[in-house]
Design a protein around this ligand. Structure first.
Ligand SMILES: [Zn+2]
Length: 74
């Protein structure tokens, strides 16, 4: 029996898989919500990113659209 967590997550700014105990730095602008994510956090695919005057949205071909309002970046 193993206790591997199946919920894979990826760093939305670097596209690297998030591993417990391994710190993957987030760019300062991104941490402030100024920079849209470029990779899907569920699968690590590169997303289509569109920046608009009131925020941004990003689309993964598998997981759909996420946007700045959903994350309450304002
Ligand atoms: Zn995805």
């Amino acid at each position: 029996m193993s206790t591997i967590d199946e919920a894979e997550r990826y760093n939305p700014y670097t596209g690297r898989r998030i591993v417990d105990g391994v710190d993957d730095p987030i760019p300062a602008a991104a941490a402030l919500g100024l920079e849209p994510p470029r990779f899907c956090e569920h699968c690590g695919r590169r997303m289509i990113v569109q920046v608009s005057p009131d925020g941004w949205w990003a689309k993964c071909s598998r997981h759909g659209v996420s946007d700045s309002t959903a994350l309450e970046f304002r």
